[in-house]
Ligand binder design. Structure first.
Ligand code: SF4
Length: 118
């Protein structure tokens, strides 16, 4: 969600939310109204041609609030956390499949001793 149309954020000129109610993208803190606002915002995002750029911007800028690229702040935080875990695993074990995500190169799964599934 944005109103800035200048500089390196030119993608914002094509944003589907340019004329939308900003309250949809910065919804009430919780409850039924929150869920309804988020659903409406995500529906706009789903049809937005700059969704990827929007989400990349929000993740890179650590936008703490609002719906950006069809993700709420909590969803972005969880995604960023998963990305950090993936990066750590890649550094420690090299690229490869992991039970919590898609395979990177088809290599065998390395499960640390004592952390096998029951
Ligand atoms: S993805 Fe959603 S929040 Fe981002 S510019 Fe498009 S409509 Fe706005």
């Amino acid at each position: 969600m944005s109103s800035d149309t200048s500089g390196s954020h030119g993608w914002r000129r094509s944003a589907a939310c340019r004329s939308a109610d900003p309250d949809l993208f910065f919804p009430a803190a919780s409850g039924r109204r929150f869920v309804e606002q988020v659903e409406r915002a995500k529906a706009l995002c789903a049809a937005c041609v700059v969704r990827r750029q929007c989400l990349q911007y929000a993740l890179g800028a650590n936008e703490e609030y609002g719906v950006w690229g069809a993700m709420t702040e909590d969803e972005r935080r969880r995604a960023a956390g998963r990305a950090r875990v993936w990066a750590r695993l890649a550094r420690e074990d090299g690229p490869g499949p992991h039970p919590v995500g898609p395979a990177l190169d088809g290599a065998a799964v390395k499960v640390p001793a004592g952390e096998e599934s029951p």
